[in-house]
Write a protein that binds this ligand. Structure first.
Ligand SMILES: *Cc1c(COP(=O)(O)O)cnc(C)c1O
Length: 254
């Protein structure tokens, strides 16, 4: 990362865990590196939410959230938040917000505040469901690989443990086969809705190569490790036995 810093570099932007491969970045180490070079660090904390991870305590200068996801939690509002402790930077951002008119409506604020009241309960349930399902997927004969930071097999499991109090509700996995098997599997599900968003009480599933990451080239996807057999799941708050039963019947169809 240090080798990538150029004279014109102003900030380092990261997300942890990353979308869609759930890689974990060492936020403290990256913040120390950035500050050594007088750069700002921005962390997109959407995947873990403030319930599980507080990047500002690890050295990040700015934390951003897509409120659309876990914070509102019901897939019925679009919003975002920028959190920071620097008055001068705040004034600059606030000026831009005012000038650009990027303000949420009262009803959107109402939905977000109402959702926020159950953030802790939802995050615990997303996580316990996700850990059970990731463990189950890891032992499934039709699954080639599972990406979930809460599995001991995850390469940055220890980093995740050190910097966050949980692993969240997002899982990605590679199904045996390629695009055809992935699409057949997705079309066979009943309980999981095929959609790009995440972080709501209802489970959503998607195919990054055809959906969220279709706007980047096949070469860029290959370099990023996003294969045509990759499936991303936002585990909701339903009963985990129902979710596993739905996945199992869809696996049986391919
Ligand atoms: C969805 C998402 C965004 C974008 O947020 P919107 O509310 O959809 O505009 C940014 N970062 C992450 C990690 C996301 O999941």
């Amino acid at each position: 990362m240090e080798a990538a810093i150029r004279p014109e570099t102003k900030l380092i932007w990261l997300e942890s865990p990353t979308n869609p491969l759930l890689r974990v970045c060492d936020i403290k180490a990256i913040s120390e590196l950035a500050h050594k070079h007088n750069l700002l660090v921005v962390v997109d904390n959407t995947f873990l939410s403030p319930y599980f991870q507080n990047p500002s305590e690890l050295g990040a200068d700015i934390v951003v959230h897509s409120i659309t996801k876990y914070i509102a939690g019901h897939s019925d509002v679009i919003g975002g938040a920028i959190m920071l402790n620097d008055k001068a930077l705040y004034e600059k951002l606030k000026f831009s917000q005012n000038a650009l008119g990027v303000v949420p409506s009262p009803f959107d604020c109402y939905l977000v505040l109402r959702g926020l009241k159950t953030l802790s309960m939802r995050m615990e349930k997303h996580q316990s469901n996700a850990l059970a399902i990731a463990t189950w997927l890891e032992g499934h004969p039709k699954v080639a690989r599972v990406y979930y930071p809460g599995l001991k097999s995850h390469p940055q499991y220890e980093v995740g443990l050190r910097q966050a109090t949980g692993f969240g509700g997002m899982i990605s996995f590679e199904i045996n086969g390629g695009e055809k098997e992935a699409v057949d599997f997705l079309e066979s599900l009943d309980l999981f809705t095929l959609a790009e968003s995440l972080g709501g009480v209802e489970s959503l599933i998607e195919h990054p190569a055809l959906m969220t990451h279709s706007s980047i080239t096949a070469k860029e996807r290959a370099e990023a490790g996003i294969s045509d057999s990759l499936i991303r799941v936002s585990i909701g708050c339903e009963d985990k036995a129902d979710l596993i039963a739905d996945l199992e019947q869809a696996f049986a169809k391919i």
